[in-house]
Ligand binder design. Structure first.
Ligand code: GAR
Length: 192
């Protein structure tokens, strides 16, 4: 059974979906939720769901000893980013090769990169009059929103869609994240 840490900076709807899904999993469980924002709603969700949680500052995130001792305390094998806005430092990529997943609320490689997160992505997609958007689930490497794509799904955009209505469609698609993550972990790592 893998111990999974979720890193999140915001509301935490994906984090909550992950916790609920992995409660019944034979592959892993969400053992820790970490955030770089002390006021993030995801921490209230963690409290309500009974999942251990902690926070770190930007400076602490750059300090490998600080973060790795926290992850080791919970014997974390795998990291799932769920609306996490900081770039993952090299020491984490080295410790968790192929074992850090991210979800992006657009069809990468379009609408990715620094500053492209959450509502900003949907505003850019609507402003460009795209006819479709979607989600991308991918492994993490040292660039923003790069790495190997393991899953994409698509929604259509109508003329009356707004960034808010597109965001709601994307959140529906994001409900697939826990199953995709579980399948990935099981297929790639269960014989370790
Ligand atoms: C999600 O839509 C996620 O795809 C996006 O932030 C939102 C977080 O929502 N992630 C990014 O934009 C990463 N570049 P949540 O806090 O309710 O899970």
């Amino acid at each position: 059974m893998f111990n999974i840490a979720v890193f999140a900076s915001g509301s935490g709807s994906n984090a909550e979906n992950l916790v609920s899904h992995f409660k019944d999993s034979t592959v892993g469980r969400i053992s820790l939720i970490l955030s770089n924002k002390k006021e993030a709603c995801v921490l209230k969700r963690a409290e309500r769901l009974g999942v251990p949680y902690d926070t770190f500052t930007y400076k602490e995130f750059q300090d490998s000893d600080h973060i790795i001792s926290l992850l080791d305390k919970y014997r974390i094998d795998f990291i799932i980013l769920a609306g996490f806005l900081l770039k993952v430092p090299d020491y984490l990529l080295a410790k968790y090769p192929g074992k850090i997943l991210n979800i992006h609320p657009a069809l990468l490689p379009k609408y990715g990169g620094k500053g492209m997160y959450g509502r900003y992505v949907h505003e850019a997609v609507i402003a460009a009059k795209e006819k479709k958007s979607g989600i991308t689930i991918h492994t993490i490497d040292s660039q923003y929103d790069c790495g190997k794509t393991i899953y994409q799904s698509i929604c259509t955009i109508t003329e009356d869609d707004t960034p808010e209505s597109l965001e709601a469609k994307i959140h529906e698609l994001e409900k697939a994240y826990p199953q995709v993550a579980e399948d990935y972990i099981e297929s790639e790592f269960t014989d370790l």
